[in-house]
Ligand binder design. Structure first.
Ligand code: NAD
Length: 448
């Protein structure tokens, strides 16, 4: 085994999706020699050529920089990666299981087992994926059973809090670093790995394994709850003639509440929040902790209901039926600054209207290709004007800046009927109404 104090630890990153590719590039930027491993040869080939197979601002530049510097490379060969590294980050997916709310832990188990069984010298296995509490303990057993004779490894958890769209900055300068279940030696090694952010003041929380796992899950559960809270209040606003946007601004001035995640509208989606709250629902029930389970159930129900409420707004704006009506959809990604359409509320609404017989024309600045792959039967166009042209109704489903900044007067000239549904509460209602639009939004009834 190498003397860890003498030389900088070398790093492997298992799984090079949104999380892993960003983490690998950031580790190279922090000065380490890094190898990224993925079972998908296409991903490895693209990343090796400096191409990122998804949209993440700033990431291609960082990957190119370090592939060229020689500090970062990618392979499908786990044994090649473990042979040359000392710290192994597990960054594979933990999607929702089909037919259940539980997380599918197969990828995490396979990756951990593959790392442990191919290790040639002592090392540290660091879980980064979001997992149900208790997973790390089980993985420790898998590691113990898979390690070759004479090799020892410790497994700890270091959850990741990055946001898609801001992933590079979030990884280079995180709000906090949490690691759970680390021995003194492992903690010292983690402090070397994260020396850069620690030096600039990022707080470190060293805790036990289950707490570390649960910090991440609770962070996502809290954010999801905040969104569903404001959406529940939006329903009251609508019934009472109040404006949820003004209300959210007023609430947000209270530092105990804060303005972020208080935008009422179509609700959350993506590859994390929905599956993470469902996994918490499942896991907390399993543990007999029913309050968390029922809270998450309610948060999920409110959130999914928002999609139906936007569909209902479109139906009522078009007189009860969307059959053969042309609907311009602005946005397919689950949020701006990403091309991720996993469980995207925007794509979900667009698809639902299509299935009711509407002619849906979708434009997204970045997610056109991923949306087309996920839902090929919709019509996709390359610019906003083509989506708006001749529309009987316009739906703003993802709050990209170019939609927020669109000129309602110009848009009015393009459409067939000036009906707009601002499903993200991101447009200036007065400006759109002033330009002659029938403007509709959740939680903001038209003034009487
Ligand atoms: P992803 O699907 O984009 O990437 C997962 C990658 O792992 C894929 O490229 C897949 O081919 C690869 N993989 C699967 N099995 C493998 C194996 N045995 N060996 C090597 N590679 C393997 O998923 P993601 O969005 O990067 O999420 C990964 C984890 O990180 C999840 O647990 C997620 O909840 C968590 N997370 C994601 C984000 C985010 O914003 N995307 C943020 C924080 C945490």
């Amino acid at each position: 085994p190498q003397d860890r104090k003498a030389t900088p630890p070398r790093i492997s990153v298992i799984g090079t999706g949104y999380l892993g590719a960003t983490h690998a590039a950031a580790m190279a930027e922090m000065g380490f020699e890094v190898v990224g491993v993925d079972v998908d040869p296409k991903k490895v080939e693209a990343l090796s050529a400096g191409k990122v197979p998804f949209f993440e601002p700033g990431l291609p530049e960082l990957i190119v920089k370090h592939v060229q510097s020689g500090r970062l490379r990618f392979t499908t060969d786990i044994a090649e990666a473990t042979a040359m590294s000392d710290v192994h980050f597990i960054c594979v997916g933990t999607p929702q299981q089909r037919g259940s709310n539980a997380a599918n832990l197969k990828f995490v188990e396979d990756a951990t087992s593959a790392v442990a069984s191919s290790m040639t010298h002592d090392g540290l296995i660091v879980g980064k994926s979001t997992v149900p509490v208790g997973t790390g303990m089980r993985l420790r057993e898998i590691v113990a059973g898979a390690l070759p004779d004479g090799v020892s490894a410790e497994l700890i958890w270091n959850p990741e809090f990055l946001r898609e769209g801001k992933a590079v900055m979030d990884t280079l300068a995180p709000d906090r670093i949490v690691f759970g279940g680390a021995s003194e030696q492992a903690e010292a090694l983690m402090r070397v790995v994260y020396a850069m952010p620690i030096a600039t003041g990022t707080p470190v929380i060293a805790c036990d394994l289950p707490t570390a796992e649960l910090v991440k899950v609770s962070a996502n559960a809290f954010l999801a709850t905040k969104i569903s809270f404001i959406n529940a209040i939006a329903e009251v606003c609508e019934a009472a003639g109040a404006d949820v946007s003004v209300l959210a601004d007023a609430l947000g001035h209270d530092v105990r509440i804060g303005r972020q995640f208080l935008n009422a509208g179509l609700g959350f989606g993506g590859g994390c929040l929905p599956k993470d709250i469902r996994a918490l629902m499942y896991r907390s029930s399993e543990l007999g902790a029913y309050s968390a389970a029922s809270l998450m159930q309610q948060v999920d129900e409110i959130n999914m209901g928002q999609r139906q409420r936007v569909i209902d707004l479109a139906l009522s704006a078009l007189g009860g039926s969307v059959l053969n009506r042309r609907i311009g959809v602005l946005g397919a990604a689950f949020k701006p600054h990403t091309d991720d359409v996993r469980d995207s509320p925007a794509l979900n609404v667009a698809a639902a209207l299509h299935l009711r017989g509407a002619q849906v024309v979708v434009f997204d600045p970045e997610a056109g290709a991923t949306a087309k792959a996920m839902f090929p039967t919709l019509t996709y166009v390359d610019n906003m004007e083509d989506a708006v042209a001749d529309a009987d109704a316009l739906l703003v489903l993802t709050e990209w800046a170019e939609f927020v900044d669109a000129d309602p007067v110009k848009m009015h000239e393009l459409v067939n009927t000036p009906v707009v549904i601002d499903a993200r509460n991101c447009l200036d209602a007065d400006a759109w109404r002033g330009a002659g639009w029938d403007f509709r939004a959740l939680g903001r009834p038209a003034p009487v």
